[in-house]
Write a protein that binds this ligand. Structure first.
Ligand code: SAH
Length: 345
């Protein structure tokens, strides 16, 4: 068993059942996540007998980076091979004092948004807790002395569709004995799955939430996001409001601007109307081109018109510049690959 698949509580419980002190779990966490020591024999504050037992029972996965791409804008993309034939990608984005890590949660994606290449090969499997956490640990080790300041679950896959493993990996990242990352610096991005968002609320994790909206009416959203047929915009808006209220953090609404589709003045006004009264901000991002889809990014003129319309309605928004396009590391450009394909990638 891979020790990095388990939370502090689970390891504590396991130790107790096997007759060892439960608090060893805290020491193990410190060694693995703080001191970055992945060898039980070196964990000197744990009894020798327990160390031998743990070594027999658990192993430490060693993630393999197949390729590291560096963009001319400083964005970096890492291609990880997993134990099976799957490979996934993570991206590091420097921006001023921030260094944001974008993490994948699934190999492939089952949601098939009609603008995102992550779903093109369909869904392969959920990532394990260790595979999620290892993206952070490995990259943080490699890029030293720089440190990751923000984590976004915005890579390949739908985080809320791998709910249990997502939550466990966040618990490890947040744990004071583990990585001890700040809640406000972790963001989950979702295509909008209300029952899972309610579960997040009841778990009281209080990380940030970003909702991929991309349209301001049901018809248009259904055209580009099939998930809207099951969970309509109206439901997604309702639950976003609840999330913002309960966490006291603004939610972010992601809105891709697609030429001749969703970026007219009327679209902006409808958007403003839809989210009125919600503690939120809108993040607009021009569509990143992909040859798999028919869409294009709007002109600067159209983008500015959309921004002006939002301003007029007093909507707080940010404009996200696309990063890492030259290495296919921008939003919607990450994709699962079969390892046999990577030679040609
Ligand atoms: N499944 C999650 C997280 C992965 S997508 C979600 O839907 O939020 C991460 C972000 O990239 C989402 O906001 C997504 O809508 C956006 N995105 C996908 N394709 C894009 C494209 N071609 N151009 C710009 N953003 C895109």
């Amino acid at each position: 068993m891979d020790i990095k698949d388990y939370t502090l509580e689970e390891i504590g419980q396991f130790l107790k059942e096997k007759g060892y002190p439960e608090f060893y779990s805290k020491q193990i966490f410190c060694w693995v996540y703080k001191k970055r020591v992945e060898d039980f024999t070196l964990m000197t504050d744990i009894s020798k007998e327990a160390r031998i037992f743990l070594k027999d029972f658990f192993y430490f996965s060693k993630p393999k980076i197949l390729k590291r791409f560096i963009s001319k804008d400083g964005t970096e993309k890492f291609l990880f091979s997993l134990d099976d034939k799957n490979a996934i990608e993570s991206v590091v984005i420097p921006e001023g004092k921030r260094l944001t890590l974008c993490i994948s949660t699934q190999a492939g994606c089952r949601f098939g948004c009609r603008f995102c290449v992550s779903g093109i090969g369909g869904f392969k499997r959920n990532l394990k807790v260790s595979e999620i956490v290892n993206q952070f640990l490995t990259i943080n080790d490699i890029i030293k002395p720089r440190i990751i300041t923000n984590i976004v679950f915005m890579g390949i896959g739908e985080p809320l569709d791998n709910f249990d493993n997502l939550v466990k990996s966040i618990e490890i990242l947040l744990s004071p004995y583990g990585v001890y990352f700040g809640k406000k610096r972790i963001c989950i991005s979702t295509c909008g799955i209300p029952p899972r968002i309610r579960e997040l609320i009841s778990l009281n994790l209080r990380v940030r939430l970003s909702i991929s909206l991309h349209a301001s009416c049901e018809e248009k959203r259904s055209l580009i996001m099939p998930v809207n047929k099951k969970y309509p915009l109206s439901e997604v808006i309702k639950v976003s409001k609840e999330y913002a209220k309960r966490t006291n953090f603004p939610v972010t609404f992601e809105y891709i601007l697609i030429k001749d589709f969703n970026c007219s003045k009327e679209d902006a006004f409808k958007l403003a109307h839809l989210i009125r009264g919600i503690n939120c901000k809108v993040n607009i991002i021009p569509y990143n081109f992909s040859p798999y889809f028919k869409w294009h990014s709007p002109s600067i003129y159209d983008i500015n018109k959309f921004r002006e319309a939002l301003k007029k309605k007093r909507i707080f928004f940010t404009f996200r510049k696309s990063r890492g396009q030259d290495i296919e590391a921008a939003c919607g450009q990450l994709r699962w690959v079969n390892i046999n394909e990577t030679e040609t990638k």
